[in-house]
Design a binder for this molecule. Sequence first.
Ligand code: PLP
Length: 390
Amino acid sequence: MRQVYLDNNSTTPVDERVLEAMLPFYKEGFGNASSVHHWGRDSKMALEESREKVASIIGADPSEIYFTSGGTESDNISVIGTAWYYEKKRNHLITSAIEHHAVLSSVQFLAKRGFQADYLGVDNEGFVSPQELRGKITDKTSLVSIMHANNETGTIQNIQELASIAKEHGAVFHTDAVQTAGKVKVNVDELGVDLLSMSGHKIYGPKGTGVVYIRKGNKITPLSYGGHHEKKRRAGTENVPGIVGFATALELAESIRETEHKRLALLADLFIDGIMTKIPNVYLNGPRDNEKRVPSTVNLSFEFIEGESIILSLDMKGVAVASGSACTSGSLSASHVLTAMHVPVELAQGSIRFSMGRFTTKEDIEYTINALPEIVERLRSMSPLYQKSS
Ligand code: PLP
């Protein structure tokens, strides 16, 4: 049976070339980057070369790149680290209702401890409104955190505009770029952000690796304490093989970004049009315009059925997909992202996220388009809701 992996927003396989680049640092190049001897110096050199690579790709200075254990830690450092630093002068935070839980739960953690928090809503396509931000921001706002692209729908926010509003009010701006790094252009000056999060395992790099960009002059209270690593902002012996893997993965993704974007946009068109023609009562969650969405993410609601049943049926045909984000799957509650987009609960529960990637082929998409109609028809035939409607 054909195996089709359409869950690349959840995680990606490590690219063979990334693995090759990492291996020497698990073997002979195992030194601690803080050691003075040649093993240590070699590791330190690899660490700093990786920092330079990452910095040049996102238009930053190497001194602004901090290696972390992934997107979650980068988000935590940005949100909690900023809130704690400005606590005495400013104690108001703004985020959006559709953020990943790495941001939402950080804000909720702070809100329980006395910080004021506001959550911006989104429109039907998942866009935050700059007007709403203008209405909520005050001179007590320390941080505005709005994700670059959503992991469930792929909707890309107008970060430039949102960041400039934050700046007008003296607030720090953070964006979670975990789903955009390596997929669409990410340049910290063009976006106008002060803090930015990335994750290695979404870009064919190793799990447990990430980066937080912290603009020069920007202040945070560190969340970890110990040695002087990462300029005392992120204590702990550096994961040199992982860091080398992260930088190699980002470099690779960047080198093919434009051609991959075009290829994946064509596959998305083929997929969306194919499904919409073959199956009635299917709705796209997120913008149809491939420039306003990370094109590899296609979130569809299948009316009258539950997403979980589609996932299981597709799995039996070798196709791996997700409903909502992997971190919340297993619970039948509707996705917080889709409900914030005003998708009715029944439709939100019937939603599936198809996320394509570097190894997705046209044949994979055709196979999925051909597998779905029969599954949907069978599940609908068992659905009381469907029978009532027809
Ligand atoms: N932010 C977004 C938008 C994500 O999609 C994810 C992972 O799903 C994360 C943060 C967390 O990243 P990590 O798995 O590297 O901790």
